[in-house]
Design a protein around this ligand. Sequence first.
Ligand SMILES: Cc1cc2nc3c(=O)[nH]c(=O)nc-3n(C[C@H](O)[C@H](O)[C@H](O)COP(=O)(O)O)c2cc1C
Length: 336
Amino acid sequence: MNRITEILGIRYPIIQAPMSWVTSAELVAAVSNAGGMGTLGPNAGQQSAPKDLSEHALRLKQEIVKTRQLTDQPFGLNYFTGPEGSETSPFSEHTLQVALEEKVDILVVVGAVNTAEIRKLKSLGFTVVFRELHPTFSGAQAAEQAGADIIVATGFDEGGSTPEIPLGTMTVVPMIVDAVKIPVMATGGIADKRGVNAAFALGAEGVYLGTRFIASDESPAHSQAKQDILRHGAEDLILVRTGRGGFWRATPHELAQTAKALSDTEINTSFAQLGNLKTAMLDGQLEEGINTVSSGIQFIDAIKPCRAIITELLEDWIKKNGSTANSDRSFVPAAQ
Ligand SMILES: Cc1cc2nc3c(=O)[nH]c(=O)nc-3n(C[C@H](O)[C@H](O)[C@H](O)COP(=O)(O)O)c2cc1C
């Protein structure tokens, strides 16, 4: 038991990170049933993009209902914030409404530090796990002051879109641990027991893993994308600009090879980023899309059930701390 398991009401201090297209009720429930916390990401459980925000909200509601049919354990929902002072985006408004209606009480809030947004989410009664997309010492402190419950510190080694400042996990985790008093979770390239143990040694109280869970039995990622993770190592990966600062770290297929030479502006006019990710990762067309993964693929050599992944990676933590019973969480949203 530690501060993370207590705050989230889970057995082991591990979160399955939100990921566009490659999360689903099945993945989230598998992680939560195994004692971690699953998180529904954008387009969870979907095969196509919604036609509008109402459809996004309806589909999200259905995926939450499905998740609840598969687990009675806590799980989270991805929520995006824009820069300080900006209005809540219509996408986030819809997500928030669904979270309130469906009483999902843990939000994995990702983006820029927006203290007004964090305060609003706290006043509505949510538990806030906050990950600054481009992590900074001062940003972590501002998020803590605004009421965030947990901070996720992201190293450049991560899969998906990387931080703008290329600081590795070994630097970012202790930097954020030094910045705040609330518990910190580490992310970025962690994919085996050594990485997990290192994260705890750096002062993190939990780990937040994306790529390792893509290569799980329950992940909705296409088998081609999963096999691609097994086939490649860290030194094969290439960086493709996202068009928003930062990079997608990608396996070396045709589209990624072409795109790595392009500037942010060229990327913005030539590629629909989410579509490219879906094409490779969900539809399995690796040459026509971007299979974005962390440098931790170096250590992934088998597709496994989430339960096996969690017990294997947390083996030493469990030996030291034992497995703790889940606490009883009940959520009554504050009046809106
Ligand atoms: C395919 C993929 C898609 C992602 N999409 C999102 C997203 O939609 N929202 C988000 O908050 N983070 C997203 N991320 C980032 C992850 O939540 C997490 O920070 C990242 O995977 C770091 O963990 P890793 O190094 O274990 O991959 C994505 C990551 C991957 C690999």
